[in-house]
Design a binder for this molecule. Structure first.
Ligand code: F6R
Length: 611
């Protein structure tokens, strides 16, 4: 949600900020803006994409070494030029960019209105910068002190960067519940929502914690908390390579990420799965393994696709470890009054590690004494730091807004966890353990084989691009895969798609079926294969157009359906990692056929850092 970048140093901010905004655009893309300092603060902003902003300032003589830029995902106020960031204070001497929501903005606004302040935009951000200016005027204090005093009165979430006309050598950043990373280069500093725009300049970063304020002044960094207590900066080395955040010859990040899956799945097993010794090592949570072994229950907290990975894991954790598992939408859990049993373990799953609802659910669970373990992709992210311990998925940066490789990496890590736990709890025989780990090791090759049939999915996409509805049906392990297939299609191509447990169809959705309804069955061979065949028959009898994802060599289903896509055979609990691949490709190609913006679907943003 919103990408922000600030820079101070020896470079010209024009290319630095614009390039940074392009890298951050996946976080929000309904408007973009830039502000820099020369004789005063100059602000340019525009509804639309970063390239529209670039066109707007193309003719500007821009030779400044301090500036801020923002790419927006609207919360307060429609996406237009006025509501775009940066926002100026009333005097025009302060400019701010902000990611988050100031919850008490209307009280602050009323106070400021009564003092004669006038607002141009509908945003909470313009209120915040005026509030800071007002605090400075009333207290006759330094800008740093005004920011600190003001933030003490703010309720809500913020990642902010501020520049000031009166302090041309000062850049200020602060965070509460919205991510902020500080990049330290040679005589230069960056402050951004994530490391992607920083990576090509430096690998030395500081992840700001909540309630921390960073002031870069005359080339020096001062880090304090909101109570003015100095903090010793913890500088970390970024491990990501630049190629990982570039398209590498693919038309879209999403396609690149789909094709990266054989590698990302391998990377997430590396150093963890030891086939010769038949062991699994999950270093990050080793200290909590005993607690997990004796846990009376595991609750999984997540949102969106990560929640669906949790759903698949619910099936195999219960099956292999014989522990009751519950999967909760973090957004619902956080407002419930959950009953947490003594010893219960929470698993929070998140690609970005920044999802606001998941973070809030973690805080609630921890406040009630629960141990929360994280499964995150982004190293150093808020959820990775908020949880007691965790496992990284190591899928590499996921830039395409629709999650693909993060999902299969989450499933892989969750399976490693389930197997390790089952082994320690003695709920799995050694032959079954061996069978599944051997199969797991072969999954990257099976995914690779699947990807070779991408052109078939492209053909199907061409046939079905004009459909207005889709049904996705699956049972058992493939039921969450059906939900994920439907989610991918609707978010990318804006076609209404519904995922359903195949057997539940007859309790309602079957009424939707006619010759115009495409129905995707995930009907791979597993213990309930025969049952899903009956469901296919039911749809066929009502003339639905059936696309079936089947196990290689399945001649039976071929006779019943209109189109089949074969996937390599594997253990049923691992099948979701393979059977989701054609669904990702189908959604991708339909969106491309329809001319949709695949990497930046409308109304969405990559990490959902607001409620
Ligand atoms: C769908 C998608 C979203 C995310 C959800 C959770 O393709 O990407 O549904 O899965 O917003 O995000 P994370 O995993 O970052 O917590």
């Amino acid at each position: 949600m919103c990408g922000i970048i600030g820079y101070i140093g020896h470079r010209n901010i024009h290319p630095t900020i614009l390039k940074g905004l392009e890298r951050l655009e996946y976080r929000g893309y309904d408007s973009a803006g830039i502000a820099w300092l020369d004789s005063g603060i100059r602000v340019y902003k525009k509804a639309g994409k970063v390239h529209d902003l670039a066109a707007l300032i193309a003719q500007e003589k821009l030779n400044s070494h301090i500036g801020i830029g923002h790419t927006r995902w609207a919360t307060h106020g429609v996406p237009n030029d006025t509501n775009a960031h940066p926002h100026l204070s009333a005097s025009g001497k302060l400019a701010i960019i902000h990611n988050g929501i100031i919850e008490n903005y209307s009280i602050l606004k009323q106070e400021l209105l009564s003092k004669g302040y006038i607002f141009k935009s509908d945003t909470d951000t313009e209120v915040l910068i005026n509030f800071i200016e007002d605090v400075q005027l009333c207290n006759n204090c330094s800008l740093e002190e005004a920011v600190r005093l003001a933030l003490n009165k703010v309720v809500g979430a913020y990642g902010i960067v501020i520049i000031s006309q009166d302090h041309p050598n000062t850049l200020i950043g602060a965070r509460k519940s919205s991510p902020l990373v500080l990049g330290i280069g040679k005589d230069e500093f960056f402050i951004a929502s994530d490391a992607t725009p920083i990576l090509e300049y430096t690998d030395r970063v500081i992840y700001l914690n909540d309630y921390e304020i960073a002031v870069i002044k005359d080339g020096m960094l001062f880090l304090n908390d909101i109570k003015n207590v100095p903090i010793t900066p913890y500088i970390q080395k970024l491990e990501i390579q630049l190629e990982a955040i570039e398209k590498g010859g693919f038309e879209h990040f999403m396609l690149k990420e789909i094709f990266e899956q054989p590698t990302s799945i391998t990377d997430c097993m590396r150093g963890r799965l030891d086939i010769p010794h038949k062991t699994i090592k999950l270093g990050g949570i080793e200290a909590h393994m005993d607690q997990l072994v004796h846990a009376p229950k595991i609750t999984i907290l997540a949102c969106g696709t990560s929640w669906l990975a949790g759903m698949v894991a619910e099936y195999f954790l219960e099956e292999l470890c014989r522990i009751p598992v519950e999967v909760q939408y973090a957004s619902e859990f956080r407002y419930r009054n959950p009953i947490i049993q003594p010893g219960e373990i929470m698993l929070a799953i998140s690609q970005s590690g920044e999802t606001a609802d998941t973070l809030a659910a973690i805080e609630l669970a921890q406040a009630q004494g629960a141990t929360v373990l994280g499964i995150c992709n982004v190293v150093g992210s808020s959820i990775a730091r908020a949880t007691q311990a965790g496992i990284y998925t190591h899928a590499g940066p996921e830039i395409g807004v629709a999650s693909t490789k993060a999902f299969t990496a989450q499933l892989t890590v969750l399976m490693l966890l389930a197997l390790s736990l089952a082994q320690r709890r003695k709920t799995i025989t050694s032959s079954k353990f061996e069978e599944i780990i051997t199969e797991l090791a072969s999954i990257p090759d099976k995914v690779k084989a699947m990807l070779q049939h991408a052109s078939k999915l492209k053909e199907l996409a061409n046939l079905f691009k004009s459909a207005t509805n889709f049904l996705y049906l699956g049972r058992g392990y493939n039921y969450p895969v059906a939900l994920e297939g439907a989610l991918k299609l609707k978010e990318l191509s804006y076609i209404h798609a519904e995922g359903y447990p195949a057997a539940e169809m007859k309790h309602g959705p079957i009424a939707l079926i006619d010759e115009d309804m495409p129905v995707v069955f995930i009907a791979t061979k597993d213990r309930i294969y025969e049952k899903i065949i009956s469901n296919i028959q039911e749809v066929k009898a009502r003339k639905g157009k059936i696309i079936a994802i089947v196990t290689q060599g399945d001649e039976h289903v071929k006779q019943l359906v209109d189109h089949i896509i074969e996937v390599p055979a594997t253990h049923e609990a691992l099948m979701p990692i393979v059977s989701v691949i054609p669904l990702q490709l189908l959604a991708y190609y339909i969106a491309v056929e329809k001319g949709c913006n695949v990497d930046q679907p409308r109304n969405l943003a990559k990490s959902v850092t607001v409620e």
